[in-house]
Design a protein around this ligand. Structure first.
Ligand code: AHM
Ligand code: MG
Length: 344
């Protein structure tokens, strides 16, 4: 009789949360103070708040342009500002960072005097691909964490911000898409967590992600074809042609790097934003767009270059420095470099 009693559907199995995963990693590190886990907790909190606003952007009447122009000379959308302020407010009081850098703010962001200054530096693009907001397509947040370089425990400076990808302690991104995901690496592989809105937590869904050695997709704004240098055009002409063993690649481009990169990470292939006649150094920003994704990509077995140097080895000289970017499966990046790389 008892076996016929219904107690509702069997509970679904939930794996490790982002926080549990971080705590487990922390326990493996001798001398870990919990600072790092605390900082991640604040970033994850900001991500949840941003995700919640993004998902009801239309309802919340938050769509549209503020009319301001950001430091990149682009019109700022309301959610960009909201995302920026959310990250700053969630992180600044935690005592884990000494300075921050954001795509939306011209100068390094100081920690207000009433809060303690920590040993980390956080840099971020609060809402990458914000042009996609109005059409309900994926957007994301990108971040990187470095150790501070300036001595002591006073306010951090621009020196703390201008560090190469090679010195990143952890980096990742949050994608606000058909589901919301938090993907990060702290130098021990790349791990992806999917948000369950009913529970309000990110759960481990993609452990130890590895990018395929080669894919079958290229991702580039081909509308710029006539603004590119000849080597970039030659590579694109080749990549979409059947030639010997090489089969023509598919083109996918949503116009939000987090989304294009996420697909590239899972399925393989290459994402490219080359220099062009309008943007001599490319369009993407080194410190809070290219470097963090290059770090994640390398950790997943992929590669990332500006055409000459591995992105992680580029020494930044400016907070909002731009860089060309070729990122993805190692064999696909190597193929692109045969066309655009330094001549042997
Ligand atoms: P944003 O940070 O202002 O949103 O700009 C960066 C975005 C990337 O996400 C995307 O890959 C690229 O700009 C798209 O540029 P384009 O429209 O020139 O193809
Ligand atoms: Mg961006």
């Amino acid at each position: 009789m008892d076996e016929h009693l219904s107690v509702g559907p069997a509970p679904s199995f939930y794996g490790q949360t982002l926080e549990q995963h971080l705590l487990q990693m922390q326990r493996r590190q001798t001398g870990a103070t919990g600072d790092f886990t605390g900082l991640f907790h604040q970033i994850a909190l900001a991500a949840k708040i941003i995700a919640s606003q993004v998902s009801k952007a239309g309802l919340a009447n938050i769509l549209g342009l503020t009319g301001d122009v950001n430091v990149q000379g682009e019109e700022v959308q309301k959610l960009d500002i909201f995302a920026n302020n959310t990250l700053v407010r969630c992180v600044q009081q935690g005592g884990h960072v000494c300075v921050m850098g954001s795509e939306e703010v011209e100068e390094p962001i100081p920690i207000p005097p009433q809060y303690p200054k920590g040993k980390y530096v956080l840099q971020f693009d609060p809402l990458d691909g914000s042009g996609n907001i109005d059409i309900n397509a994926s957007i994301g947040t990108i971040f990187s964490i470095h150790r501070r370089k300036t001595p002591g425990n006073g306010p951090g400076t621009i020196v703390d911000c201008l560090q190469p990808g090679r010195d990143i302690v952890a980096a990742g991104y949050v994608i606000y898409g058909s589901s919301n995901m938090f993907v990060y690496s702290a130098g021990q592989g790349v791990h992806g967590f999917t948000f369950d809105p009913a529970i309000g937590e990110f759960f481990l869904s993609h452990e130890n992600l590895r990018i395929p050695k080669r894919g079958d997709t290229y991702s580039i704004n081909e509308g710029n074809y006539h603004k590119w240098d000849e080597p970039v055009r030659a590579w694109v002409d080749w990549v979409k042609r059947d030639e010997g063993d090489h089969k023509a690649y598919k083109l996918r481009y949503i116009g939000a790097m987090v989304a294009d990169f996420h697909r590239t990470l899972l399925r393989g292939g290459i994402f490219v934003y080359p220099p062009d006649r309008k943007n001599a150094s490319g369009k993407l920003r080194l410190l809070y767009e290219a470097s963090p994704l290059a770090f994640v990509c390398e950790q997943a077995g992929g590669s990332a270059t500006d055409g000459t140097t591995a992105i992680c080895d580029v020494i930044p000289t400016e907070l909002h420095q731009r860089t060309p970017l070729y990122i993805g499966s190692p064999d696909d990046v190597a193929d692109a470099l045969r066309f655009v790389g330094p001549r042997a």
